[in-house]
Ligand binder design. Sequence first.
Ligand code: TMP
Length: 418
Amino acid sequence: MSGNETFTETAEACRNCNTSMAPFMSFGPQPIAQNFVAADAGPEAHDDLCYELAPCLCPGCGLMQLQQLPAEDCLFSPSYAYRTTASTRMVHHLEELAGDVASMLHDRRAPFVIEIGCNDGSFLAPLARRGIRHLGIDPATKAAEEARAKGVRVCVDRFTPRKATEIACSEGPADAVIGTNVIAHLRDIRGTAEAVAALLASDGIFIFEAIYLGAILKRTAFDQFYDEHPFTFSALAARHAFAQAGLELVDIRPVPVQGGSMRYAFARRGKRTPSRAVTDLLRREEAIELHDPAAWAAFAERCAQIRNKLRPTIELLRNRDGPVAAYGATAKSATVITYCGLDREVIDCVYDTTPDKIGLLTPYSRIPIRPAGRLPEDTPGHVLLFAWNHLSEIEDRETAFRAKGGRWLHYHPDILVD
Ligand code: TMP
C-alpha cells in the first residue's frame, strides 16, 4: 500500500456499539473510489491505493462496516461528482417519496422538512413546489448550487450534532428528517443519531433509505463495499444504531433502488406503534442467518470465485469478439476493477452520461471515461455493466448498442453474458 498511515483511520471496535471486531475478508488496497483524474494526470493526482477495503460484521449490534477508511475530507469534496439526476428512475423515486412525506404531513400546520445530503435537490424540489418549508444540508457546493436553482433552500455544511442543534435553535424542530443514500456514508454513526434526535419534533418522523445488507448477501454484490459506505444496514443494526438516541424503528419497507434498499422509519420512543413489517423483517433476518459469520465466510468464497473468473472471461471475449468496454463510472466500479485485477489492457473505456466524469480517468486504473452517447457508434463486442443497479434504465437507453449486436457482461451473482 502506497498511502501513508495518517491518511487512513482504522476501527478496531464497532463505531456504533464499541464491541471489538475483525474483518471477515479483504478486497485488498483500494484507491478513493470517486477520485477521477484528468486525462493528463501525473502522480500528483494522488489516485494511488491508499486504504485496505476490509468489511467487518459487528458481533455486538450486527452493523456491517469497513475497518479502514481514507480521511473523510478526501471523499466528499465541494466538487463531489455524484448527481441524483444521473438516473431518471432515482429522480422519480424521490419525487414519489416527497409525495408520501407531503401526504404524511398534510394535517400539520406549517410543517418543516429537513433533508440530510440533499445533493442536487431532487427530493426537496417537489416539496418546495408545494410550498412546504424545508432545508437541505449538504457539503457539496456544486450540487447545492444546482439544488438552489430548483428553488431549494440549502445549508452547505456537514450534518453533525452541532449543526443540527444550531438549525433546531434557529429554525425550530423538524416534522420530518429524511436521508436517502446518505446515512450509511456518515461514519460518526452515534453523532448522526444524536443529530437527528436534536432536530426531530416530539411527534416527528425520521426516514432513511440505504442499501440493504440482505440484498448484498443474496446477490454477492461485493462492489457495494467501497470507501463512501462505511456502513451497510440491516433492520437489526438500524434499530440498534438509533435506539441509543431514543429513536424507535416503527416501519420498514423494501425499495427497489441502488440494487436493493430499505426504507426505515423512526419515531421518538413510545410515540408510534411499530408495524408488523418491523417484526417480520427482524425475524426473517434471523431465519436467513444474515448476521451469522458463516454466511459471510461463504460470501467471501463466492467473491473469490468471481475474482478468479472475471479477467480470464474478459480476455477470452476480447480474443473472440473484439473490444470490451464498461458502462457506468460508478464508485462501486473501483472495488471491481482493483479486486478483480482489471485495467485498460482489458477494458478500453467506461461509458457514462455524467458531464463531470466524461473525459476523466478512473482512479488508479486510469481507464478513460467516454460519453455514453458514443456507445452506439463504438459498439464494442461486450460491455461490463458496472452500473448494474440501473439495469432496466440503461437497457432502455442503450437499445442501439444491443441492436448492433453488443452484449452486456454481468459479474454477479454470477458472471454472465446477456
Ligand atoms: P450509481 O450506481 O452510484 O448511481 O452511479 C451510476 C453511474 O452510472 C453514474 O455515473 C451515471 C451512470 N449512468 C449512465 O451512464 N447511464 C444511465 O442510463 C444511468 C442510469 C446511469
